[in-house]
Design a protein around this ligand. Structure first.
Ligand code: NAI
Length: 473
């Protein structure tokens, strides 16, 4: 099945539909090939095309598109007010309101209008592809084609197969996505597909740490940005909008039969209930336009300058001992537990180092101010920016990254995607600095599993349940 020479119909001319029409119109080249654009709201498709004229001409002004390519793309986009005006299309991409019954009835209507071999694709971000296909005469030709916002910039397309979807249909969309300049990844229709599922812990762990008063938003954001995330979870939730982020979390939670692993955050619900939705309302975790405040300064007692130079590696914990202070990387044990195991209170646990910058640390009870200063001076001497957090297992980065790995492992365990697919999806769909399996390769399975098991023992419940896939490695 080859869709490259076919005309396309995009239904829904909102944010996503307009972007999809733009990408299709810029990619296709064939004589007579068109991109029809339809919206139920009178005039919306024409308005969307008007905006695309401005967008594409802007690209010409910036030298990113030739005048000829701009003209060609715009000529191909044909707004239509009735669906029946779309002629000879080989693919329909639906990007209408996120409601199962509305999507179902649209596809039923389309079935009678388009050719037998026309592929029907849905851009749904949260509804089961299997459910949308149910009731169609030919459900095997319906497939998910999940783009990311903004469509022209984000490379990922999740090609989602439901129970009915024929492999050749998914394969055709996979190939077409490549022609459209995208990076397609196969996914099985399960709640959140790949990206919206694997990304949950990025928000959830930060929300949990805030709820237990372990660290303030600016510290959590700074620590995770040190790993290479473009935005910290708090900034990102403020940008996405807490209403939207909470709705996605809830939908994944409900769709998984209220598996406690995905339980939403009370803290986020409070923000939603209070109308503190983030940037769009001027206040979320931060106030806008001020945005993220500077990091709280870590106070230190004056310490002898040569302290760092006398750091001696310690085989027992992979850390160092400086002037009798054990400075250890987290393995999931709290500083209090380390102190018990080492038989001394002179313990500082720091987060997993995955870049130069902010790094969370926690101190054992009874550590003196001088001993704390020795540890802080040592971390500073390593080019790190120590940020104090409460004594929690796995601190910030190790805990979050381990949970992202665990969620990805579970997606693979359930056949939702391959490890390569998960890595590509997280890098291309949400700009992660690396994929979860790449992080796993740079860490080690035993270390990740041990950390998760300690989190599990500490909190008790389902959240930190280790994926059987990960344990079996
Ligand atoms: P939007 O609200 O900007 O656009 C939806 C458009 O569909 C509106 O113009 C509306 O008039 C039209 N519409 C509604 N019912 C219709 C019908 N029966 N027939 C024809 N047109 C109809 O929404 P957006 O954000 O573009 O989302 C569209 C779809 O894409 C949803 O399924 C959403 O879940 C999905 N999606 C959204 C993403 C986002 O970041 N906004 C990301 C990925 C997927």
């Amino acid at each position: 099945m080859d869709l490259s020479s076919k005309s396309v119909l995009v239904v829904g001319a909102g944010i996503m539909g307009a972007g999809i029409a733009q990408v299709a119109a810029q990619a296709i080249r064939g004589e007579g090939q068109q991109v029809f654009l339809h919206d139920a709201r009178e005039g919306a498709a024409v308005e969307a095309k008007g905006k695309l004229v401005v967008t594409l001409q802007g690209l010409v002004t910036k030298g990113k598109l030739t005048a000829q390519a701009c003209e060609g793309a715009l000529a191909r986009i044909v707004p239509i007010s009735v669906l029946a005006d779309a002629r000879g299309v080989g693919l329909v991409v639906e990007a209408i309101v996120e409601k199962l019954d509305v999507k179902r009835s649209l596809f039923r209507e389309l079935e009678d209008l388009v050719a037998e071999d026309c592929v029907l694709a849905t851009n749904t971000s949260s509804i089961s592809v299997t459910a949308i296909a149910n009731g169609l005469k030919r459900p095997e030709r319906l497939v998910g084609m999940h783009f990311f916002n903004p469509v022209p910039l984000m490379k990922l397309v999740e090609v989602v197969s439901g129970l009915h979807t024929e492999a050749s249909v998914a394969a055709a969309i996979f190939e077409l996505s490549k022609l459209w300049g995208k990076v397609p990844v196969h996914a099985k229709s399960t709640p959140g597909f790949i990206v919206n599922r694997i990304a949950r812990p990025y928000y959830a762990e930060t929300l949990a740490l805030m709820q237990e008063q372990a660290a303030v938003p600016e510290v959590l954001d700074a620590c995770l940005k040190t790993v290479g995330f473009r935005m910290g979870p708090c900034e990102l939730m403020d940008l996405i909008g807490h209403d939207t982020n909470f709705a996605v979390t809830n939908s994944v939670y409900e769709a998984n039969f209220y598996d406690k692993r995905y339980v939403p955050s009370l803290m986020q619900r409070e923000l939603v209930d209070g109308g503190m939705l983030g940037r769009k309302t001027g206040r979320g975790f931060y106030r806008y336009p001020e945005g993220v405040p500077p990091l709280p300064k870590v106070t230190v007692e004056p310490v002898e300058a040569s302290a760092a130079a006398r750091a001696a590696a310690d085989d027992r914990h992979g850390g160092v001992v400086v002037q009798g202070v054990h400075i250890v990387p987290t393995d999931g044990r709290t500083a209090r537990e380390w102190a018990r195991d080492l038989g001394t209170n002179a313990v500082v646990v720091h987060d997993r180092v995955m870049g130069k910058g902010a790094l969370a640390f926690a101190t054992a009870p009874g550590l003196s101010a001088e001993q704390r200063a020795v540890a802080v001076a040592h971390l500073l001497s390593q080019g790190l920016e120590p940020c104090e957090a409460a004594d929690t297992p796995g601190l910030v980065v190790a805990r979050t990254v381990a949970m992202l790995i665990n969620e990805a492992a579970d997606a693979v365990h359930q056949g939702v995607c391959t490890p390569e697919g998960a890595d590509a999806a997280m890098k291309m769909g949400v700009n992660y600095p690396a994929g979860p399996f790449e992080w796993l390769a740079g860490w080690n399975v035993a270390g990740v599993v041990a950390l998760l098991d300690r989190l599990d023992a500490h909190y008790r419940g389902e959240r930190y349940r280790v994926s059987p896939w990960l344990r079996a490695q």
